[in-house]
Ligand binder design. Structure first.
Ligand code: SAM
Length: 286
């Protein structure tokens, strides 16, 4: 699909919108909102507000609500529009559609139907938090929101214990104290982390420290307001314990052979394969 043509080609356009500061929107995103034959939005009022700020008029074009609760019903209409040669622009409430936001099923079904899908990339809290956290960015894993119940949260966090990457979590600031306390239990006290709140907004705040420092801090202060992202640094290589290795091997054995499991975990922790192969054989017999 070409950029900035007088008329948009048929297809689904997934348009990223600001996560705070209204001017954080690309020229191409505005062009798509201006020219798409059909617009769809997670929240139509929010979309209209954004369009008003940027002086974009609907001019009789349809603006459909498309969200988690009505997606199955509205999707066929949006697919039909593209089949008829129309351009459909989709925006979620804030940031990039599909990233902890609706849009995945829409894109999936368009692709399955052989229809064109493109993105107008822009803000997302994941990359914005990574930019300011001060933690390694060469390899990261976006984990989305943690469950709110304590048992489920511990189980969820444990899945990421040995992942050799920076982890990014979306979190409600009301739950920061509980979340950091759970993280200390799962990841230990020393992993470096950052709490990134109200990014790109007036009261942007980035608080960096070890997990235990952040847990102690949020245990003592009233819960802050707004929106937050927690970024957690990767495990230090030297701290990989036998338990961590066993957990990784067990996980890998679920999906592959002893040989593959040893190779996968060797690469994961930068260890030699031979002892891992021996241990994987033992575990596979348990
Ligand atoms: N699609 C969005 C994106 O690309 O980032 C995310 C939508 S998700 C429903 C909303 C969550 O994203 C918030 O609860 C928060 O964790 C994070 N978030 C969004 N805007 C933020 C901001 N300005 N500062 C910090 N976190 C933000």
């Amino acid at each position: 699909m070409a950029n900035m043509s007088p008329k948009l080609q048929a297809g689904l356009y997934l348009v990223a919108t600001p996560i705070g500061t209204a001017s954080d929107i690309t020229i191409r995103a505005l062009d798509i909102l201006e020219k798409a034959d059909v617009l769809a939005a997670e929240d139509t009022r929010q979309a209209r507000k954004l369009m008003d700020i940027h002086g974009i008029k609907l001019n009789g074009r349809p603006l459909l609500a498309y969200h988690d609760h009505n997606g199955a019903g509205v999707r066929p209409r949006l697919l039909d529009a593209v089949r008829e040669g129309k351009s459909v622009g989709y925006v979620s409430d804030a940031g990039t559609p599909l990233i902890a936001d609706p849009g995945y099923a829409l894109a999936r079904d368009m692709i399955a139907a052989g229809l064109p899908v493109t993105a107008a990339p822009g803000p997302s809290a994941v990359l914005t938090a990574l930019s300011v956290a001060g933690l390694p960015t060469d390899r990261f894993l976006f984990a989305g929101f943690s469950p709110t119940k304590s048992g489920a949260r511990l189980a969820f966090l444990s899945e990421f214990k040995v992942v050799p990457a920076t982890l990014v979590f979306y979190e409600n600031p009301k739950r920061l104290a509980a979340c950091f306390a759970a993280m200390v239990k799962v990841f230990g006290p020393d992993r470096p982390a950052a709490m990134c709140r109200e990014l790109t907004k007036k009261f942007e705040e980035v608080r960096r420290g070890s997990l235990v420092e952040l847990a102690d801090y949020y245990a003592d202060v009233p819960a802050p307001k707004g929106e937050a992202v927690i970024v957690l640094g990767p495990p230090a290589k030297s701290t990989v314990s036998d338990e961590d290795i066993d957990a990784a091997l067990r996980g890998a054995l679920n999906d592959g052979s002893v040989k593959d499991a040893a190779a996968e975990v060797a690469e994961m922790f930068n260890l030699s394969r031979k002892p891992l192969y021996k241990r994987a054989v033992e575990l596979s017999r348990e």
